[in-house]
Write a protein that binds this ligand. Structure first.
Ligand code: HEC
Ligand code: HEC
Length: 303
């Protein structure tokens, strides 16, 4: 009898601890989700020339990879839908029914893309604005000009729902989920370097988000929060990692997802986007990767 009562106390204790923990996760995450950012968005001019729209098309389809999340027609989709994790819904970017294209002002576009902030002042979830914050003013203008030119698609999507696992990741801090928290809100746009040089490679590596997955020093490691379970660590791109590769090996991987050893890499590495870069752009990235300091890491696997 005594034992049974003791057991009851233990269970009660455990339940209270769980409730307190759950409450903390809920309120700590909600506070961050509801945080209002006051942003002074970069002021840019949206070009209207066909040339600028083409540049925007190229950046979106070959470098920035908006379709990877917002779907091929850019009209949005449900990207993650697992009750315990959450439901994450990249928006319909067109001007069709259910899309934001017809409603967004230039300021709204700029804030979403480079600050990770919605017109209501709250952080977006999972938007890779950290990488896009490096876009030059001219390229950002071209991207928005292109997005304004895409055909309207009617697609209404459900709202996001942040489940317990994402709430915990947000509450504990240091996660990649709340875009506005990750972005340096004072980041100045970078300049597109001279075409075909390491300087252009530096720019492309920044805006294409190589560092987002391969780490700030490009030495590889754990992929960001929100990656599907089972995604392998990102590879070491410093000379300590792919130093024995030739330029041809590198371009082949970026176009086919195939390593020099002939293995197909995990398609969380967005080579299906990067394969659309020009040879000159891929060469620039290669030249830049040759200039970065070698860093040994556990992702320096043999290929
Ligand atoms: C890794 C996935 C991912 C990629 C890549 C991505 N987005 Fe998003 N984007 C999202 C998600 C998720 C949302 C919805 C966020 C939310 O509602 O909090 C979103 C929302 C948006 C919004 C809506 C903002 C709002 O206030 O409703 C815009 C605009 C946008 N994205 C533009 C872009 C553009 C332009 C690109 C490419 C340059 C891009 N996104 C690439 C995931 C992505
Ligand atoms: C969304 C995350 C993500 C982004 C963005 C990304 N990568 Fe990757 N990359 C990966 C992952 C994960 C792997 C490892 C795949 C595997 O081992 O199957 C990888 C592998 C590679 C490899 C193969 C290396 C080897 O040793 O096998 C190269 C080369 C590479 N990435 C280059 C780049 C470059 C250059 C960029 C930017 C233009 C980039 N990646 C952007 C996730 C990413």
């Amino acid at each position: 009898m005594k034992l049974l009562r003791w057991f009851g106390f233990v269970i009660l204790g455990l339940i209270s601890v769980l409730l307190i923990f759950g409450g903390w996760v809920y309120f700590a995450s909600q506070r961050k989700i509801d945080k209002i950012y006051s942003i002074h968005p970069l002021s840019i001019r949206i070009p209207t020339s066909q040339k600028a729209i083409q540049r925007g098309h190229h950046l979106v389809h070959a470098v920035l990879g908006c379709m990877a999340c917002h779907s091929r027609d850019l009209a949005g989709r449900i990207l993650i839908n697992v009750p315990i994790v959450g439901r994450i819904v990249p928006k319909n970017l067109t001007s069709g029914k259910g899309g934001i294209g017809g409603k967004f002002t230039t300021k709204d576009w700029v804030m979403a893309i480079r600050n990770g902030v919605s017109p209501n002042g709250k952080s977006l979830l999972l938007m890779p604005s950290l990488s896009y914050s490096y876009l030059s003013k001219r390229d950002l203008g071209a991207v928005i000009a292109y997005l304004k030119s895409i055909p309207p698609v009617n697609r209404s999507l459900p709202a996001n729902k942040v489940g317990p696992i994402f709430r915990f990741v947000i509450a504990k801090g240091g996660s990649d989920l709340l875009s506005a928290e990750v972005v340096n809100q004072h980041q100045k746009p970078l300049h597109l370097g001279k075409k075909g040089t390491a300087a252009e490679g530096y720019y492309l590596v920044h805006i294409a988000g190589c560092m987002h997955c391969h780490g700030p020093n490009l030495a590889g490691g754990t992929v960001p929060d929100g990656a599907p379970p089972g995604t392998p660590p990102a590879a070491n791109l410093t000379p300590a990692g792919i130093g024995t590769w030739t330029k041809k090996d590198f371009i082949h991987l970026m176009r086919t997802g195939e390593t020099p050893g002939g293995t197909s890499i995990n398609n969380f590495m967005p080579w299906e986007v990067f394969k659309n870069m020009t040879n000159s752009e891929l060469k620039s990235i290669w030249l830049y990767l040759k200039t970065i300091p070698p860093v040994q890491s556990s992702s320096s696997k043999k290929s």
